[in-house]
Design a protein around this ligand. Structure first.
Ligand SMILES: [Zn+2]
Length: 124
């Protein structure tokens, strides 16, 4: 054991030259105990599933198919499909507003502005 200040041999844990007291030997150092601090926290991925959906549960491809049925006389089925029942009935009785409404719906479906009854865009 040597003095940490001057490097001289210690006598009874004390330096005979500078008088400084040696630190405790390293084997008496406290054991580094690691505590398990991991709490039961929910991972962020689990919270995501509780988020409200931003898109409709309705499928865009199905809506386009139903819109095309208007050309064989079944107008407004796409509007029934997304929950727009009132305009669906009007479309059904008027052949999709003489196919003008059908064409408009097709364009809106194509560029993604066609929404369901909750105003949410359809699934691609
Ligand atoms: Zn010393």
């Amino acid at each position: 054991m040597k003095c940490i200040n001057c490097g001289a041999e210690l006598e009874n844990q004390k330096c005979p030259y500078c008088g400084c007291v040696a630190d405790k030997p390293e084997q008496n150092a406290p054991v580094n105990i690691t505590f398990n601090l991991t709490r039961e926290t929910n991972p962020p991925a689990q919270k995501k599933s509780y988020r409200t959906r931003k898109t409709s549960s309705k499928n865009k491809g199905v809506a386009i198919f139903l819109t095309c049925l208007s050309f064989i006389g079944l107008g407004g089925l796409n509007r029934f499909y997304v929950g727009k029942t009132v305009s669906g009935i009007i479309y059904l009785l008027t052949f999709g507003l003489c196919w003008i409404g059908t064409i408009v719906d097709l364009i809106m479906l194509k560029n993604g502005t066609f929404t369901d009854s909750d105003g949410k865009p359809l699934l691609k």
